[in-house]
Structure formats: structure tokens, C-alpha cells
Design a binder for this molecule. Structure first.
Ligand SMILES: [Ca+2]
Ligand SMILES: [Ca+2]
Length: 115
């Protein structure tokens, strides 16, 4: 498993396939979400979309709920889902990230995905 930066270009002739975190194959027209695995040739990458905490490919109030549960210790996530919660990229998950997701939802600010 490796990390791939946002903006990587898929070239003609690359073999590309998409999978759920559990290994189930997905159609390539599926919206990309946190935790999905994309295979390019012989390399596998885990997708992280900052702010998409539940991995459905959208950033909305569901993600706010997951992040709130993480902050208050009600329910916790790890791996790529935890990384997706660190919306302001300071290696901590806290109320600042909650504010940043809300700002993105209300289009006050955007989330930097190119980290
Ligand atoms: Ca989501
Ligand atoms: Ca943070």
C-alpha cells in the first residue's frame, strides 16, 4: 500500500481498477470516497478525501456527525478515515477540523486536498 498525491495523472495504457476497503470491486464510474482502493498497474493506493469521513465520496453533515463522535469519543475511526478527519492537516483531530468541514459545507472556505 502506498500514498498517491492528488493530481496524479492516469496515462493511456495504465491498468486502473477500483475497490471498496473490503476488496469488493467497484465500477470505475463510482464516485471516489475515502477508504477506497485504487490500483494503477501493479500499485495500490488508498484514497483519502479530506472531509469525507464516512467514505461515501461526499462532504456533508454526515461527515460532521462522524467527526463530532470522534472528538467526543462516542465512536472512533482509524486508518484513512481518521486521516480524512484532519481537514486542516495539523495531525490532530479536534474542533478546528469540525469548523473547517462546516466552512466547506457552507462554502465559506474550501478543503485543501493536495497535501
Ligand atoms: Ca462523506
Ligand atoms: Ca486537524
Amino acid at each position: 500500500m502506498d500514498w498517491m498525491r492528488a493530481g496524479r495523472v492516469i496515462k493511456d495504457g495504465d491498468q486502473v481498477s477500483l475497490y471498496k476497503a473490503n476488496g469488493e470491486a467497484l465500477n470505475m464510474s463510482t464516485a471516489l470516497g475515502t477508504g477506497m482502493i485504487i490500483k494503477v498497474n501493479d500499485m495500490s493506493y488508498t484514497i483519502i478525501i479530506y472531509g469525507d469521513v464516512n467514505g461515501d465520496g461526499q462532504i456533508n453533515m454526515m461527515d460532521v456527525a462522524y467527526l463530532r463522535d470522534q472528538i467526543y469519543g462516542i465512536d472512533t475511526l482509524d486508518g484513512p478515515f481518521y486521516r480524512a478527519m484532519d481537514v486542516n492537516h495539523d495531525n490532530r483531530v479536534n474542533l478546528m477540523d469540525l469548523a473547517a468541514i462546516r466552512d466547506a459545507i457552507y462554502e465559506v472556505d474550501t478543503i485543501n486536498q493536495n497535501v
